[in-house]
Design a protein around this ligand. Structure first.
Ligand SMILES: NC(=O)c1ccc[n+]([C@@H]2O[C@H](COP(=O)([O-])OP(=O)(O)OC[C@H]3O[C@@H](n4cnc5c(N)ncnc54)[C@H](O)[C@@H]3O)[C@@H](O)[C@H]2O)c1
Length: 246
């Protein structure tokens, strides 16, 4: 129960990594606010947490709308009180190189996958600095660290998330910690539709020779959200089965 007494807000938590983190945070004793554009999925996550004896609520949220992030923070404060962990995790992108990518796709990607991280962090850090401090977690990617062909706008967003995390970490230590989680290949619905032979090729290129389950990322996130990680801030933690080798 390493998160007992903590209140955790997590975006993009109807599915994949966010879902696994929400479930793990609750299992570790936190009260959790599940936020997503997918209402049915978000409510199902809350139902699963409550059935297991945990505490959670769902707030329908489109993170690309700052007013909806304001409403998310307000709901968390009104329902549970002092928010101590804010985890930006939602993403949207179309994966293309810069020639093929349209300006509209770029704007869409950045709005959901970078600007929302900045605005969510802004309101959460403002609250935390005025109260009892806290932790900002940002789901980044191995692509925050290296160039992979065909991911122009996504890579811009993921690089920006790591820089955002560093800037919050140095500006607001020691009261607020900020940590980026940089996953490699994690088996989630985000990969639905990718041909099986491509998936096998990716797995073969990873030293661990497999993709990870979202629960493995959630175990890392629960540690980073906890007081045991008090000396970790303004940085990214890579979880990639050795893919980057750094
Ligand atoms: N799966 C991987 O291999 C992998 C690797 C590196 C990084 N990541 C990162 O992990 C995070 C989670 O990805 P995932 O693989 O679990 O994906 P996923 O598709 O399973 O989940 C993404 C969630 O974001 C939600 N979402 C999309 N747009 C939204 C919006 N405007 N407002 C609110 N919610 C919105 C979706 O409804 C969905 O529930 C993302 O930031 C992604 O970039 C994933």
């Amino acid at each position: 129960m390493r998160l007992k007494g903590k209140i955790c807000v997590i975006t993009g938590s109807a599915s994949g990594i966010g879902r696994a983190c929400a479930i793990r945070y609750a299992a570790e004793g936190a009260r959790v606010v599940v936020a997503d554009i997918n209402t049915a999925g978000g409510e199902a996550v809350v139902a699963q947490i409550v059935e297991s004896g945990g505490e959670a609520i769902f707030q329908p949220t489109d993170v690309s709308e700052p007013a909806q992030l304001d409403a998310l923070l307000k709901r968390a404060l009104d329902t549970y009180g002092d928010v101590t962990v804010w985890h930006n995790n939602a993403f949207k992108s179309v994966f293309k190189n810069i020639i093929d990518q349209t300006l509209e796709e770029f704007d869409d990607t950045v709005r959901v996958s970078l600007r929302a991280y900045w605005y969510g962090s802004k309101i959460a850090v403002t609250h935390m600095m005025a109260h009892n401090g806290g932790v900002i977690l940002n789901t980044a990617s191995v692509q925050s660290y290296f160039g992979e062909p065909g991911f122009s706008a996504y890579q811009v967003a993921k690089g920006g998330i790591l820089s955002l995390t560093r800037s919050i970490g140095v500006d607001h230590a020691p009261k607020v910690r900020a940590v980026a989680i940089a996953p490699g290949f994690i088996i989630t619905p985000a990969h639905d539709g990718i041909p099986p032979e491509t998936i096998e090729r990716v797995k073969a290129s990873i030293p661990a020779k497999r993709g990870a389950q979202p629960e493995e990322v959630a175990a890392l996130a629960a540690f980073l959200a906890s007081d045991e990680a008090d000396y970790i801030t303004a940085t990214g933690i890579i979880i990639d089965g050795g893919y980057l080798g750094i």
